[in-house]
Design a protein around this ligand. Structure first.
Ligand code: ZN
Length: 194
């Protein structure tokens, strides 16, 4: 079992959690940036974390694990491997979350919804609606990283491997800008120095 510190250390080691001075898509600045896909590059690292997440639902009689594409595809797959169930993913068609590719959820089955990171939980809520649309029961939501600061209520049990609050600031009020030591970086747009 990994504790929160060890999980954060793994995320940092795989560059899924970067420290620095970042301009977020929102325009706000932050000292941390998360890109879970960086972790999912490494099955050796991601597999055991997903297994630990699955363990939190071991007694829930899960029939199916489902998560939203693309971030949760690998997580659903690894969690389902540990729970010995099947893994599905939802995707958007004309902006509407749905199951495609002939995927089906049996009415009355117990479904675990998974996601890499939740902040507002919008995608997860949409997946929950998809599951219920098949007449199945959402047994819980499992996420690798909960960034919601305890603000989300899905109406079903939410379990996270680790909770992480990333504070962000408007540019004019950014302590990192004021300090002036770290160059502002737009994640993904350039090489980030260690
Ligand atoms: Zn700044």
């Amino acid at each position: 079992m990994y504790n929160s510190e060890e999980i954060l250390a793994i995320l940092k080691a795989k560059d899924a959690l970067l420290e620095g001075h970042f301009r977020l898509t929102s325009g706000r600045h932050a000292a941390y940036y998360m890109q879970c896909a960086k972790l999912l590059q490494y099955p050796d690292a991601a597999g055991p974390l997903c297994e630990q997440l699955a363990g939190q639902f071991a007694d829930e009689h899960i029939d199916t694990v489902v998560g939203p594409a693309t971030g949760a595809i690998i997580i659903a797959y690894e969690v389902a491997r540990a729970l010995k169930t099947k893994a599905l993913f939802t995707e958007r068609e004309n902006g509407v979350m749905c199951l495609r590719r002939g995927f089906e959820i049996k009415p009355g089955s117990r479904v675990l919804v998974v996601e890499d990171v939740v902040t507002t939980g919008g995608s997860v809520k949409e997946v929950i609606e998809v599951v219920r649309g098949f007449g199945a029961e959402v047994a819980g939501v499992g996420v690798l990283v909960d960034r919601s600061n305890g603000k989300i209520d899905f109406g079903v049990p939410l379990k996270a491997l680790v909770s992480l609050e990333i504070e962000s600031f408007p540019p004019e009020n950014c302590p990192l800008c004021k300090e002036g030591k770290l160059e502002l970086v737009k994640p993904g747009s350039r090489q980030i120095k260690p």
